[in-house]
Design a protein around this ligand. Structure first.
Ligand SMILES: Nc1ncnc2c1ncn2[C@@H]1O[C@H](COP(=O)(O)OP(=O)(O)OP(=O)(O)O)[C@@H](O)[C@H]1O
Ligand code: NI
Length: 307
């Protein structure tokens, strides 16, 4: 059984237009994801595709104007407002995308020590700082005295000293120098090898592929494909969705290839395929209704034409 199971999750915001008319804005639609113990699942997608909101939905920290539908489960128990409160910071740890989430008035060493659940807090904090290349005296500093990359290493330290069974890391590496990025990714890999389940949120497909077992490709609030990391190879023949193939071929090592063929000029209905207007394979059925997720070759895809 998966440690984390997300089934048919939808998140909708209620916003007020001019004249106080209420408007519902769907930001995540019908999203399913599962993560096993010891497994790293990367969530990859462009800015605004709903990656952070997925993390916030799992952690129960969405803003109040967000409505959540669907089912989420951790270690066999349904994730509700009260269960998630008990799990957060204990069995589930989070590296938030924003460094603003550090307490501005507390020395960072102490913030890390407070997150330690087993062992000697000062020793665990020292080891974490050494692992992520933070000098020992950094512990005495306040968040405003750190660079963005250093603050992010403190956030990673806080999440990883907790010994949680599930780690959700939302863009943990921007601003870090490349050696520290490598060290952080290696640390995630070794946590996974010792049984931690990891959700690694990033827009960096290359970083994702360097450690992930599975990759969920996000686009406009939905996952279009869940693939094995090993499926990203060659010309992307083993990938299931044209959007994932396009992301893969656009990487520098694949020569920044732009997909062949012209995108369709079909008018796409609001509930049509999210990728249709950019897709050379799009046909009438794609413009009418979004394809349902289906299992294909040990992965998942939402595309009528995937084989
Ligand atoms: N409080 C809110 N009210 C209304 N819409 C919101 C709110 N928060 C986020 N959104 C919208 O939800 C969508 C997804 O946002 P999200 O932050 O999850 O994207 P992301 O994939 O994490 O992007 P990035 O890579 O830039 O971090 C965006 O279009 C955003 O504008
Ligand atoms: Ni984000």
């Amino acid at each position: 059984m998966a440690l984390l199971e997300v089934r048919e999750l939808s998140v909708t915001f209620t916003q007020y237009d001019r004249g106080l008319r209420r408007k519902k804005v769907p930001v995540i639609r019908d999203l399913s994801l599962s993560v096993e113990r010891g497994e790293i699942v990367a969530v990859v997608g462009a800015s605004g595709s709903g990656k952070s909101l997925l993390a916030h939905a799992i952690l129960g920290i969405l803003p109040r104007n967000a409505a959540v539908e669907g089912y989420m489960e951790f270690d066999g128990q349904p994730l509700t407002a009260s269960t998630i409160r008990k799990l957060r910071g204990r069995r589930i740890a989070f590296v938030p995308q924003s460094v603003q989430s550090l307490d501005p008035l507390m020395r960072v060493g102490r913030q890390v020590q407070q997150a330690v659940r087993a062992g000697d807090p000062a020793e665990e904090q020292r080891q974490a700082f050494a692992r992520y290349g933070l000098a020992p005296q950094t512990a005495k500093r306040y968040p405003f005295q750190l660079s963005g990359g250093m603050a992010r290493r403190v956030l990673v330290s806080i999440a990883t000293v907790s010994g949680a069974e599930l780690l959700i890391a939302d863009e943990p590496t921007p601003g870090m120098d490349p050696l520290v990025v490598q060290e952080t990714l290696r640390a995630f890999k070794s946590f996974a090898e010792s049984g931690t389940a990891i959700v690694f949120i990033t827009h960096d497909l290359e970083a994702a592929l360097s450690i992930a077992d599975k990759v969920a490709v996000f686009h406009a609030g939905s996952s279009l494909e869940v693939a094995r990391a090993a499926d990203f190879e060659g010309a992307g023949e083993r990938l299931r969705h044209p959007y994932s193939r396009a992301l893969w071929l656009a990487l520098p090592q694949n020569g920044f290839v732009v997909p062949a063929g012209e995108p369709s000029d079909l008018p796409v209905a609001a509930d049509g395929c999210l990728h249709a207007s950019h897709c050379a394979m799009a046909a009438v059925e794609c413009s009418k209704a979004a394809p349902k997720p289906r299992v294909l070759r040990d992965g998942m895809v939402r595309c009528y034409h995937a084989t």
